[in-house]
Design a protein around this ligand. Sequence first.
Ligand code: NAG
Ligand code: NAG
Ligand code: NAG
Ligand code: NAG
Ligand code: NAG
Ligand code: NAG
Ligand code: NAG
Ligand code: NAG
Ligand code: NAG
Ligand code: NAG
Length: 515
Amino acid sequence: MASFIAFVTIISLASSVANAQSNVTRGSSLKPTGDNTSWLSPSGLYAFGFYPQSQGYAVGIYIAGIPKRTVVWTATRDKLPFTRNATLSFTSDGRLAVAQTQGQEINLIDTSGAYIASMQDSGNFVLYDTTGTRVLWQSFDNSTETLLVGQRLLPEQILFSSVSETDQSIGMFQLIMQTDGNLVLYPDMAFLGSAYWATGTAGDGPNVTLNLDSSGFLYLLQNSTFFIRNLTQEYPENDALYLLKLDVDGILRLYYHDLSNMSRNGAVRWASSSNKCDGKGLCGPNGYCVVENDATRCICIPGFEAIDVGCRRLGCRRTYTVENCKIPDADTAIQMTNLNNVALNEATYAIPKAPTQDQCSSACLNDCNCEAALFTGQECRLQRLPLRYIQVTDNQPNVALIKVYTSTVNNGSNPTNQSIHIKKVREKKIMVIDYDEAILEEWMYKCYEARELLKLVDYDGDVELKRLEQMVKIGLWCIQEEPSLRPSMKRVVLMLEGTVKIPIPPNPTSFLSVV
Ligand SMILES: *[C@@H]1O[C@H](CO)[C@@H](O)[C@H](O)[C@H]1NC(C)=O
Ligand SMILES: *[C@@H]1O[C@H](CO)[C@@H](O)[C@H](O)[C@H]1NC(C)=O
Ligand SMILES: *[C@@H]1O[C@H](CO)[C@@H](O)[C@H](O)[C@H]1NC(C)=O
Ligand SMILES: *[C@@H]1O[C@H](CO)[C@@H](O)[C@H](O)[C@H]1NC(C)=O
Ligand SMILES: *[C@@H]1O[C@H](CO)[C@@H](O)[C@H](O)[C@H]1NC(C)=O
Ligand SMILES: *[C@@H]1O[C@H](CO)[C@@H](O)[C@H](O)[C@H]1NC(C)=O
Ligand SMILES: *[C@@H]1O[C@H](CO)[C@@H](O)[C@H](O)[C@H]1NC(C)=O
Ligand SMILES: *[C@@H]1O[C@H](CO)[C@@H](O)[C@H](O)[C@H]1NC(C)=O
Ligand SMILES: *[C@@H]1O[C@H](CO)[C@@H](O)[C@H](O)[C@H]1NC(C)=O
Ligand SMILES: *[C@@H]1O[C@H](CO)[C@@H](O)[C@H](O)[C@H]1NC(C)=O
């Protein structure tokens, strides 16, 4: 303890901030740069104020007493960062507000009536009323992604991970202290069955809380005295500062800072998982995570590419797309590619009889709605895209079979050139082969134009002309040479239903005459 005090004294002095005041009164203000960027706790360990984020500044609480700034709470996480011009004020009516442009104020903490603001050594920022005793607001009740010593995660409270280490906006993972007593980690959208870690304490009642004490002991209490789950033990270190954080990668970690030895800071004492890829959906739809040299890497499933390499959680999309359920032309090759040891959040729409992997591949290949299949060894489960929460781990028995489209003309490296190229090849084909067909299309169009539709069918005296005309019109739209002119499947359905009007189709072979 003695060395802790000594240490704290050193930082208080070293931080050389003249106003290391713990109690802030109305009228005080802070700026993102300069001398007064934050209000420090009495020992100087914690600070409330501006810190750099993205292209600007955020307001929050950070550990000021260690070399690497560690943010533990952030105000208005999902607002744009503030500019250099911003001023944070403890207003005369007792709010904390930021003014950026003349006359415009954003309330950070909207508790009018606060009289004293206090940055405490526990890391709790508290607003008191005029008596100085009643708490109007405290950051410990407004957790972001970190739980500090003495702070409790109460029933229904949530920790949300950050977007990145340097951007504290709300990220993709959440830790929920549920009212059934279970403490659960969920990916982006919490829904039944998507949890990837839990304490398994469901049923222990509505008042279970998560607690962290100064020795690093992390535990669940059923009521004020009754322990139901000890997640860690007490650690013997002196001068230690512990904090629990839901990290950017979705893993819950207990960090340890040694206040008497800076070179040991930031060590992980405990984690909800030792596998850095365990955060479900870390690589987004159609992507999965692998650990390489102790770091994570995102990989797209076969035939897919990253939507944004700078933001892997957006996932992956096809490198080559074929219009939904359109029979691809001869320039497109379709094959099934397999990815072994896969688990995923299934979106099964059919389970055809296909008892072998080859039969499962064929079943998907022959179904235009099928994008992928999960073969379990017994069952063939046809899937729609996107494939979510893909995990590739040794102990998974299932095989994902993915439909991959490739151009036989060009391997798909340059889509623009590719389509030009394909078009050229098709033109040639129409001239040489696809000619009979062109004549057929032209004849069909002529019949349509001349309103001689009955020539198109084997007349058996029972054709509803109006319906036939509709079909022919839709058919003419669907065989348009220019893909962008062809209606989507959805639109075709609406046309068939009569929900939307069918416009007059252009002559599908008109381009042939240009050639
Ligand atoms: C910083 O705050 C202190 C105490 O409130 C004040 O005396 C000083 O003038 C401020 N400095 C600047 C540059 O505003
Ligand atoms: C910041 O303030 C300066 C001077 O008042 C002004 O010229 C500038 O436009 C402001 N910048 C922003 C981003 O508001
Ligand atoms: C506290 O956190 C919630 C989100 O959990 C947020 O909506 C609310 O604005 C926060 N309140 C304050 C005063 O920061
Ligand atoms: C700060 O305010 C709190 C609440 O009124 C009070 O208990 C504490 O003694 C004050 N601290 C200082 C250093 O004035
Ligand atoms: C939970 O806490 C509330 C409020 O303190 C109390 O009324 C209720 O009886 C508690 N429930 C159980 C099951 O302990
Ligand atoms: C806490 O819960 C335990 C077990 O359910 C019970 O025996 C004990 O009386 C409770 N204590 C309080 C203060 O509610
Ligand atoms: C959890 O820790 C507390 C405090 O050390 C202890 O009293 C309790 O027996 C422990 N419970 C379990 C299940 O280990
Ligand atoms: C501080 O920690 C480092 C790394 O664990 C160790 O090598 C060093 O001896 C420690 N220094 C002191 C003064 O304890
Ligand atoms: C194109 O694909 C074929 C078959 O997959 C492959 O053998 C060939 O190397 C690829 N060519 C290029 C340029 O990528
Ligand atoms: C592909 O596109 C690039 C850029 O527009 C162009 O320079 C190149 O010549 C094209 N290649 C072919 C084969 O058309």
